[in-house]
Design a protein around this ligand. Structure first.
Ligand code: SF4
Length: 315
């Protein structure tokens, strides 16, 4: 059974009943967006690697989400600037598989700082000469490199032989060129946090990098479309366990993500939910910001319980 949930243009899409209520009929928790501070672009699910745990299901030649071209991205950059956006961020797939990425960054950096998430392997390494001129743009470019684990063996288990040292080479090259960098790793719950930090610091030192590089740790998100059982987040959970201040930190409260699929650009609520059409909030950013976002997706529990967020913006 489907329902129209609210009288705003974006919300006039037909969404599943579960957008509004939990399976046992309780009203869902919702987040209202207070601003568009960060706009993400999904550059496409094509990737040079095929990690089995990838939350995007990305792999070579994958087109679940299509490659975003400059002409797809520009209108959203222009619209976001009218809404006071503070940063543009790019994720994939591997963004450097997309041949338009450097041109897109060149345009976006005229207006705002940008961040790119990358695996820092061949697609990035071969484009390093093209990145050099971007250091001279009006705004800063930041890179976040995936280094799943401090152990090369663990990292390469899914990513393949040689990818650990390549990622460190990529980090070092970006750092030496003057870009700011950070690292994304998977949560390592079997070790205390201080031990994980020590082990990463050792790896960074060995690679000639600052030992205190910022690290963002992610829980298991599961591949797209997988049925995962997570606790349901109701309207009363949002009151009992969250405050006005914590609600403002959810990505869907201050950001959006643009993806391209079936030849059309669509605005999703955040970087974590591009596998559920209920989360398509509109075709424009203005429209998308009017739609309260349901806590229906299993990944919403990671935000609710652990404060998971892809953003690095200081807030
Ligand atoms: S996954 Fe997190 S940021 Fe995305 S819609 Fe759910 S609560 Fe919001």
């Amino acid at each position: 059974m489907n329902a129209i949930i609210a009288p705003t243009p974006g919300a006039q899409r037909t969404r599943s009943r579960l957008w509004r209520v939990t399976p046992d009929g309780k009203p869902r928790g919702f987040i209202r967006s207070h601003a568009l501070e960060e706009l993400w672009f999904h550059t496409g699910t094509a990737c040079n690697l095929a990690c089995p745990f990838c939350l995007e299901g990305s792999k070579p030649g994958d087109d679940r989400l299509q490659l975003m071209r400059f002409d797809d991205v520009k209108p959203f950059i222009d619209e976001a600037l009218t809404l006071g956006v503070k940063q543009f961020s790019f994720t994939g797939g591997e963004p450097f598989v997309n041949k338009d990425l450097v041109r897109i960054l060149d345009y976006a950096l005229q207006y705002r700082p940008c961040m790119v998430l990358t695996n820092a392997t061949e697609p990035l390494l071969k484009r390093l000469p093209q990145l050099r001129p971007l250091r001279e743009r009006s705004h800063a470019l930041h890179f976040r490199v995936s280094l799943d684990h401090f152990s090369a063996d663990q990292h390469e288990k899914a990513r393949g032989e040689g990818t650990f040292s390549m990622a460190l080479d990529g980090l070092r090259a970006l750092y030496d060129m003057g870009f700011t960098i950070s690292v994304a790793n998977q949560a390592i719950p079997e070790l205390p946090a201080y031990k994980v930090a020590e082990c990463f610091a050792q790896v960074f030192r060995g690679a000639g990098l600052p030992e205190n590089l910022p690290r963002i740790e992610f829980p298991e998100f599961h591949p797209p479309g997988v049925a995962v059982t997570a606790p349901q987040i109701t309207q009363s959970c949002m009151v009992d366990y969250q405050t006005e201040a914590t609600l403002r930190k959810f990505m869907c409260a201050f950001s959006r993500m643009v993806v391209k699929s079936e030849g059309q650009c669509k605005v999703y609520a955040c970087t974590l939910v591009d596998d559920d059409d209920d989360y398509v909030l509109g075709e424009t950013l203005v429209e998308s910001l009017q739609v309260p976002v349901s806590m229906k997706h299993h990944r919403c529990y990671s935000c609710f319980r652990y404060g998971a967020s892809c953003s690095e913006m200081k807030r």
